[in-house]
Design a protein around this ligand. Sequence first.
Ligand SMILES: *[C@@H]1O[C@H](CO)[C@@H](O)[C@H](O)[C@H]1NC(C)=O
Ligand SMILES: *[C@@H]1O[C@H](CO)[C@@H](O)[C@H](O)[C@H]1NC(C)=O
Ligand SMILES: *[C@@H]1O[C@H](CO)[C@@H](O)[C@H](O)[C@H]1NC(C)=O
Length: 285
Amino acid sequence: MKSGYSLIKRFQQSRCMIKIFITISITILFYFIFLFRPLLDYYSYKELNLQNQTKSLDRTLGFDHIYVVNLDYRTDRSKRLDDIASYLGLDFEYFSAISKDDVQILNRYGSADMSPSAKACYLSHHYIHKLMVAENYNNALILEDDADFELNITDIMTDIHRDLPTSWEMLYVGHCYEGVGEKVGKSSSVHRLYKSVSPMCSHAYAISYSAARKLIELLDPVIPRGTFDYSLKVLIDEGKISSYSVHPQPIVQWTATDNPSDISQSIPLSFSLLNSTSLFLGYKQ
Ligand SMILES: *[C@@H]1O[C@H](CO)[C@@H](O)[C@H](O)[C@H]1NC(C)=O
Ligand SMILES: *[C@@H]1O[C@H](CO)[C@@H](O)[C@H](O)[C@H]1NC(C)=O
Ligand SMILES: *[C@@H]1O[C@H](CO)[C@@H](O)[C@H](O)[C@H]1NC(C)=O
């Protein structure tokens, strides 16, 4: 009798143990789901974000960001660039350029013998370098609003990035009057990478973060050495910045005759692309 009683008691005890076990298991599962869910979400978010980053680099020609210097009232130019961006799948951020009529700002800078529009151009680029550093971009492509592109600019830049040394500071994707320097890399593409040789013009150049900091310091807008592109060229000639150039240039200045440039009104630039995106989209020169 006694042993039968203790058997039942032991059975009840073990049932109790099972109940406790199940309760603990459910509690652990509950905590797992509700505590670790955010962790799982975080990892999948990170993965998505990485995908987004890769995607967004495609939309910025392999750079962290693309700025376009544009005077607010030149909507004719931003409209053409909007068309190009949407056709080529690119993201541009427009930067409100300093105008030659912004007398107050211009007077704060430089007594050098430069025209108001040359001063305004210099300052616009200076402010973009500061903005880029403030935004903490590793690098950025800076365009002026008269830029025109090879239709396959994305493929061209993919090739160029393969050859570009990781230590690059400047890359002239577009330039003027430049001699062809020493070849860099092994690409057999039409558009290839070279060391820069006294590049001029500033319609399409990329800079690294460290170059942006150097330029802010070395290209002081209070005591400019000359126009912005000339001052840059001097720094490169002096070896203060390591610079590369693409030949033939895949980004040129679009010079419509009825659409005089606000920056350099006099120089007729006759560099042409193999296959111009602006012409392809129906714009007439
Ligand atoms: C990825 O980019 C898209 C479009 O810009 C955006 O809607 C989405 O929230 C982004 N995803 C993440 C995880 O950042
Ligand atoms: C880009 O297009 C040109 C013709 O317009 C062609 O010669 C060149 O090989 C192309 N480059 C790439 C990288 O696809
Ligand atoms: C330019 O590219 C377009 C689209 O790929 C093509 O249809 C056209 O024939 C090309 N034009 C020239 C001159 O290569």
